[in-house]
Design a binder for this molecule. Sequence first.
Ligand code: B12
Length: 253
Amino acid sequence: MSKVDLTQVRPYGDTLNDGIVQLSLTLPLPLSAEAQEAARRWALQSGFQDPKVVHSQDLGEGFSFFVLYARSPVAVDFSSIKVLKSSHKTLEKAEIEALISSKLGRKLVVVGASIESDAHTVGIDAIMNIKGYNGHKGLESYHQIEAYNLGAQVACEDLLARALDVGADAILISQVVTQKDLHLRNLTRMVELLELEGVRNNFLLIVGGPRINYELAKELGFDAGFGPGTFAEDVASFMIEQVLINRKGDHDV
Ligand code: B12
């Protein structure tokens, strides 16, 4: 197998470095031969070479969906890429429980919700509910974690009030809807509220969702962000590491 040049990485389709990609897009046009040609020309004018429509479907109400194969002339220098990411190590559930019990000496208290207008609960439930997600039990199943899942459409004020009430170590927020950057406004609102009340440093502030990553979360003033494929042990490992580093729990021990 030929060696990949990490300074010139291109998409792989049929053979190494052929630059072939698969694109999908929706056009505000009913499906027709002209709409297929519009999809092809859009790809061509976007800089892709030799675009071909390989699948198209009418979505109703004047919209149609397309899948295209095309070739990209662009290569990226992988060797120069640096991504801001959390350095914590994800531990097994049993290791986390043992660490909390032996090093913190009390339960870790966590409050979570999907905030403001966001009604999506599956993400926060995947992390917090006892049954968890994809074979990974949620935080409620941890004997050493006191977990309060407030559900969906929780106002920032109500989430903070509950966090203060139960003496939470961490506030977990889920944001799924990103239309018109709604998630950015909601998340900024939460950070501003904590700062206004002078309690930002009382909590680990963590966000998760399909369009969230660590870098975005840090930019918004959160302590960490978790994206697709996160399990309870990922966030639990981060929380216990941070709580122990900050020695937040000392006064309660
Ligand atoms: C189910 C669903 C709904 C259900 C939600 C039911 C419920 N109780 O949750 C209902 C029907 C109510 C719904 C409504 C809407 N939805 Co909806 N919905 C979905 C759908 C199909 C699945 C989402 C889901 O459950 N994913 C599974 C979970 C497990 O994944 P996850 O959320 O990413 O969570 C993981 C990680 O992100 C992370 N994570 C998530 N949260 C957190 C939190 C923390 C603290 C941590 C550590 C990690 C973490 O860990 C999880 C596990 O790994 C998606 C499309 C899709 N296939 O994703 C659309 C989708 C999210 N919905 C969408 C939209 C637009 C809407 C509506 C606005 C539609 C409308 N016009 O009314 C409304 C919004 C209602 C509202 N006020 O919020 C869009 C969002 C687009 C965008 N750019 O924002 C999507 C992407 C569909 C689409 N392609 O258009 N929806």
